[in-house]
Design a protein around this ligand. Structure first.
Ligand SMILES: C[S@@+](CC[C@H](N)C(=O)[O-])C[C@H]1O[C@@H](n2cnc3c(N)ncnc32)[C@H](O)[C@@H]1O
Length: 414
């Protein structure tokens, strides 16, 4: 295909999971990056796979009414924000449509007619955690460029909270003045009430333990462990995930530093949190201890090691500390009252879903940052007898296509 032959005029129909625009031309389904729904564009096809073409914008011929000028000078090059060219309302609408699309196409279930979307109180300067890429040879610090492993040098990032912008500037100063060795490839940073924690420590910034109060709970964390990015939405996120759940027993899978474990401990007689990452699991234990939640146990384990499901469908408990408790609920088929899971973007492994089902939770709250893997996993839970009670979206990541979804389910076979 010659250069001219690869350029086409298209109209963007809507935005798809992954944030790309959908168009059709020349017998191809086109995925156009950085497009707005309703745009008429001249696009270049960069790659074709079967009947799908991956395209980029060459010229905006007629901008959609929802298209705005992206304020960030790095937009298009930096791999971070891919929705800055949309009004905030259009970002929210696209995310609701993406969730509905995934539920329909992948989970084969219709979402409730209204998917509530909780907007972020701040559209900019909301990000309290960051992972920055370093290229010591060229003294660059920032994020990966779109679709590449090259570092996009970012002096100012408009989605960071001011404390993190300050840390970025401090680190940049050090990296330019005294470049670290090749081994340093990325830097994690997180903000708490006492300031910024940075891992590895650099430029006078330390891997301090910081705390953050969310509602009535205090969480200790450092840059080494996962903590949510947008703290302004955490109280409503927790409230939605827990709903009015109460009872005897609750399980919090992929519990991180215990974001949901602590509030669950007020509602249930007994709570078990499971987290594989050593530092996050240490913080989870510490957070439970300092909140004096003696009815909660957090376990440093992979979910599959806790709920291992051999072929016969019986749960084998690997970890002795929680073994008795989980054995009671799996082997005697006495249902767990409530199970919350908040896996990484990749979702749950098959064996984890099998283990969850073997616990027969009466109610499940699935917290997800990827609508596609969420829908894939929901399909399995629905096939096993669960039905959707509610779907609520949280715009934890404004200016990007990413979205957090909380789905509550009930067991219809109990
Ligand atoms: C999306 S985060 C959620 C953490 C926590 N629920 C929160 O909201 O802060 C997912 C967590 O799962 C942990 N994780 C990833 N794979 C795991 C596995 N196989 N078993 C247990 N934990 C895992 C990660 O370390 C991370 O802390």
């Amino acid at each position: 295909m010659g250069d001219e032959a690869q350029k086409l005029e298209v109209k963007i129909e809507r935005l798809l999971p992954g944030g790309v625009g959908l168009a059709h031309a020349n017998d191809l389904t086109l995925f156009v990056s950085l497009a707005a729904p309703g745009d008429i564009l001249r696009v270049r096809i960069d790659r074709v796979k079967g009947k799908i073409g991956f395209a980029s914008v060459v010229e905006v011929l007629q901008p959609a009414p929802v298209r705005v000028e992206p304020p960030c000078p790095y937009f298009g090059r930096c791999g971070g924000c891919d929705f800055q060219h949309l009004t905030y309302q259009a970002q929210l609408d696209a995310k609701v449509q993406i969730i509905r699309d995934c539920l329909h196409r992948i989970a084969k279930v219709e979402a409730p007619s209204d998917i509530t979307m909780r907007a972020s109180p701040s559209e900019w300067h909301y990000r309290s955690r960051a992972n920055w890429q370093v290229d010591s040879a060229t003294k660059l610090l920032g994020y990966f460029e779109r679709g590449s492993n090259r570092v996009c040098d970012v002096e100012y990032c408009a989605v960071l909270v001011p404390e993190l912008q300050g840390a970025l500037e401090q680190l940049r100063h050090e990296i330019v003045a005294d470049p670290p060795g090749e081994l340093l490839r990325n830097i994690d940073a997180t903000v708490g009430d006492e300031g910024v924690s940075v891992a590895p420590p650099l430029a006078g910034l330390k891997t301090d333990i910081v705390s953050r109060r969310i509602g009535n709970e205090i969480y200790y964390v450092s840059a080494e462990a996962f903590f949510q990015v947008n703290h302004q939405l955490l109280a409503p996120l927790i409230a939605e995930a827990l709903g009015n759940a109460t009872g005897q027993t609750a399980v919090d899978l992929y519990c991180g530093v215990g974001l949901f474990t602590l509030p669950l401990a007020h509602r249930f007689e007994q709570v078990i949190g499971v987290e594989a990452h050593p530092r996050a699991a240490d913080f989870a234990r510490r957070n439970v201890e300092s909140a004096e939640r003696g009815n909660s146990t957090t376990v440093r384990e992979g979910v599959h090691n806790i709920l291992e499901n051999p072929d016969r469908g019986r749960v084998k408990i690997v970890n002795a500390r929680v073994g008795d408790w989980l054995t009671k609920h799996s082997h005697t088929f006495e249902p767990v009252d409530f199970l919350l899971l908040d896996p990484p973007r990749t979702g749950c492994e098959n064996r984890d879903i099998a283990g969850i089902l073997a616990l027969h939770p009466a109610h499940i709250a699935y917290v997800s940052c990827d609508p596609a893997t969420l829908a894939r996993d929901l399909k399995k839970l629905i096939a096993a007898g669960y039905s959707l009670d509610s779907v609520v979206a949280f715009d934890m990541f404004p200016q990007t296509h990413h979205v957090e979804t909380v789905v509550r389910l009930s067991n219809t076979r109990n």
